[in-house]
Ligand binder design. Sequence first.
Ligand SMILES: C[S@@+](CC[C@H](N)C(=O)[O-])C[C@H]1O[C@@H](n2cnc3c(N)ncnc32)[C@H](O)[C@@H]1O
Length: 287
Amino acid sequence: MPDINLNKLIAQAGEKLQEVGIEAGLVEAELILCDLLDFDRLHLYLHGPSMLDDKLLQKFNQVIEKRLTRYPLQYILGNAWFYGRKFLVNEDVMVPCPETELLLDSVVRAARFCKSDPVRLLDIGTGSGVVSISAKLENENLEVTAVDISDEALHVAQVNAGRFEIEDEIRFIRSDLFEALEAGERFDIIASNPPYISVSEYEEVEPEVKADPKLSLLGGPKGLDIINRLVAEAPDYLMRPGFLIFEIGFDQAEVIFDMVKSDGRYSDCSLLKDLADIDRIIICKVN
Ligand SMILES: C[S@@+](CC[C@H](N)C(=O)[O-])C[C@H]1O[C@@H](n2cnc3c(N)ncnc32)[C@H](O)[C@@H]1O
């Protein structure tokens, strides 16, 4: 067995990653080892040193080499963490963002104000399924429908639901927003992390983001195409009271408030900021 020092290995790899612009290089180097060894951070430092061998080192170096190209770590490892759970991800789905956990929190909170039993949730643009699956796991009284326009994304979401043994408890539908839903269907909560990046913004995003499917990101010239449709169509699919809760881009709150107000069917509209104090979630209510 080679003489490998865990701390040195992490420091050297972390530095290399930082040199190509990955600020959290050290954390990523740790994460890679945790993933390869299937350890949490504590176990990595407790038991990692005795587990280091040539095979592991070779795998670690392969991951680092690939990551140095700025290909997303989650695609390399084939998984991403969301709300404390590990989900399968691949190039067919967007890598879930930590900010989207605020969308999930808002859904779980809104469910407490709904009168139906079970509370019916529609997740539009489910992608890897993180919102639908986490919501169901957090509150089993939710009846969840997950839609996406991408067959490939729906497949990933279904595999993820299977990992948590709830594949039969979520209804997955291929749909362009509400199009494939049954006439007269109503939900207590409609949640969405829609594509909301504008064409000009897309030019500026980090290389990792460019690896996400364009369908997940691009929301038309101003990033508002899908949000416009959501705001206009959701009231026809909502119970009373009902909530439309969705994620937005950092500079979109004002125009969306105007959009919601001029629609006239929403009784209330509020905004939540994320941990970085950036406008992130819009919650609209119909009575
Ligand atoms: C930003 S991603 C969100 C994925 C996942 N919900 C998450 O938060 O990680 C947007 C998702 O919306 C889907 N999508 C884009 N346009 C759509 C449409 N018109 N109808 C339904 N889904 C759509 C994309 O395929 C993608 O999976």
